[in-house]
Design a binder for this molecule. Structure first.
Ligand code: HEM
Length: 136
């Protein structure tokens, strides 16, 4: 597998997380337009991540963690929680965005309070997994 491919993947998920965090600060300042565009950017990068990730998995298969002992346990706890939450994030993010774009803002806010922390967790653990697998 080309070494830049996992780096590209992790870069995409990190940009997505940073855009979502920016979107959160925008809505805290009541800047709805900036919030909207930051969140749509976050969604776009998450979709790009998924595309690259699935293509990479189909072409090259998964990576194997070489560590032993406690670090291996930590790696799998992070990997499993990351994968489950990443799978949940897809539908959650779409419903969250749909509710906002159809102006159901009260319902949007209710679900967004789950979506956003999950989004940030997936982005941060994506980075941790990358560092544990490939180093910096
Ligand atoms: C999937 C992407 C999105 C996420 C994760 C998200 C996240 C959030 C969060 C966490 C809040 C609550 C902030 C707080 O409690 O103070 C919020 C509120 C809000 N969001 Fe989004 N948002 C997204 C997309 C959008 C889009 C596309 C719009 C389009 C206009 C939008 C419009 C709003 C508005 C107007 C509020 C305030 C609702 C209220 O206070 O009743 N959001 N969003």
């Amino acid at each position: 597998m080309p070494t830049w491919l996992p780096a590209l993947n992790t870069g995409l998920i990190a940009i997505s997380g940073l855009a979502a965090l920016t979107g959160y600060f925008c809505i805290r300042r009541r800047n709805i337009t900036a919030h909207k565009w930051a969140m749509l950017t976050a969604l776009t990068f998450a979709a790009l991540f998924l595309l690259v990730y699935l293509t990479r998995a189909a072409l090259y298969g998964g990576a194997h963690y070489a560590g032993h002992g406690l670090s291996r346990v930590v790696y799998f706890v992070i990997l499993i929680s990351h994968s489950i939450l990443a799978a949940a994030l897809g539908p959650l993010a779409l419903v969250t965005a749909y509710r906002a774009l159809t102006r159901q803002f009260r319902r949007h806010r209710r679900i967004a309070r789950f979506t956003l922390p999950i989004w940030l967790y997936v982005a941060v653990t994506g980075w941790i997994i990358y560092v544990m697998l490939y180093g910096l």
